[in-house]
Design a protein around this ligand. Structure first.
Ligand code: SAM
Length: 379
């Protein structure tokens, strides 16, 4: 492995680079990061790469502005010279050769690939940057996917989905097109690898939800709670939604059967406004506290991020809620520093209260100049 490749929101390359520098420090090394502004992904070259230490470092210093990452090699030119890349040259053969060499390179236990003669992958992810330039390459990716997957299957590199002996969670093989003649290739595996190609969940705007913000909470639930979502957010629980109007987040909670106090001076719209599980309070969300503790507090109030960080810390520390999902708006220039400041506010407040907790911040696919966070009491 010679590079770590990370997808991010276009424009957030410096923040993704800072994330990777922090992970590298946790892995006991340093990185040089190629992060041109607006490209939508960054390529970090670590001074040393230890396949055991990097996954642990990702757990110790989880990146915030990275949507998805893989360990790999590249960038690789697919053709010896530029002229060969014109028209529709055969890309499958040079790609298959690159991947075959890579398979031998990635028989390392730390990255989810067990000791075998050569690695077996659970899926092939053909990727581009999530930018306009990237979208122009998506047709090429689609055209190449089937023949390349055919080659990998014939080689035994890709698991047959109906193979009962194959562990269900196998690493993913990534092919990221920088342009039509250049790729980075690599591997990712749970828990540090994204469950979605390019870190982009395929979520449809649900009919009946009053705002597109609903997708932010839907993604946060999947990204942070994963398979535990059904247990941790279920019928009979109580939630408070601060800054609820027009009701997209409340709608998500009600769909899961939670009883919701929706706090906002603005009106709720659509079916949530009439839902018997919803109580709408026109009061200040920054000072409201429930009379009895609730299971969840969610907050999408547009305000200074440090004020929201202090608010969510207070709710958990004072026992008003057991868990919270919240959004921190980061319209300022020094947004990485601001994110660190907010994280410290929450961690410090909960450490003072001696509360064991899990705090995670992530810029989700549906987040713009903002990050979404979760705090859950543990133990
Ligand atoms: N999550 C909502 C949804 O999915 O539809 C969208 C929330 S919107 C981004 C922010 C909301 O916060 C606005 O409706 C605004 O009225 C509300 N807000 C701002 N300051 C507030 C405060 N101090 N207390 C309660 N609500 C507030």
């Amino acid at each position: 492995m010679s590079v770590v490749v990370a997808h991010c929101r276009a424009g957030f390359e410096p923040e993704a680079a800072a994330d990777l520098a922090a992970v590298a420090a946790a892995a006991g090394t340093t990185v040089e990061v190629d992060a041109p502004p607006g490209r939508g992904y960054v390529v970090a070259t670590p001074r040393t790469f230890d396949a055991q230490r990097w996954p642990r470092a990702l757990d110790a210093a989880p990146p915030v502005f990275v949507r998805s990452l893989f360990f790999g090699t590249g960038p690789h030119a697919l053709f010896a010279d530029d002229t060969a890349a014109r028209g529709r040259p055969d890309r499958v053969a040079p790609l298959a050769a690159l991947l075959a060499a890579f398979r031998r390179d990635c028989r390392q236990p730390g990255i989810g690939v067990r000791h075998r003669a050569a690695a077996v992958f659970g899926e092939l992810r053909m990727e581009t940057a999530d930018t306009n330039d990237g979208k122009e390459l998506s047709g090429l990716c689609r055209r190449l996917e089937l023949p390349l997957a055919g080659e990998l299957l014939a080689d035994g590199a890709l698991a047959e989905h109906d193979d009962a002996d194959t562990p269900t969670v196998l690493p993913a093989l990534h092919v990221l097109f920088a342009h039509g003649a250049e790729v980075c290739i690599g591997v990712s595996a749970p828990p540090w690898g994204s469950r979605w190609a390019m870190g982009i969940p395929r979520l449809r705007m649900p009919r009946g939800a009053p705002s597109r913000s609903t997708l932010k909470l839907a993604e946060a639930i999947q990204a942070f709670l994963g398979d535990q979502a059904g247990d941790l957010l279920r019928g009979g629980m109580k939630a408070v939604d601060l800054g609820a109007a027009p009701g997209g987040w409340t709608w998500q909670l009600v769909q899961r059967g939670l009883r919701v106090t929706a706090v906002d001076n603005g009106p709720l719209k659509g079916e949530v406004a009439e839902d018997p599980l919803v109580t709408h309070l026109r009061v200040d969300g920054l000072t409201y506290v429930p009379r009895r503790p609730v299971d969840w507090m969610v907050c999408d109030i547009v305000d200074q991020p440090s004020r929201i960080a202090a608010l969510v810390a207070r709710w958990i520390a004072e026992g008003h809620a057991r868990g919270t999902i919240f959004n921190l708006k980061l319209p300022m220039k020094k947004r990485y520093d601001e994110m660190l400041r907010c994280r410290a506010i929450i961690d410090d407040a909960l450490a003072r209260s001696r509360l064991r907790h899990r705090l995670q911040l992530r810029q989700l696919y549906h987040d713009r100049e903002e990050v979404t966070g979760i705090v859950l009491r543990t133990g």
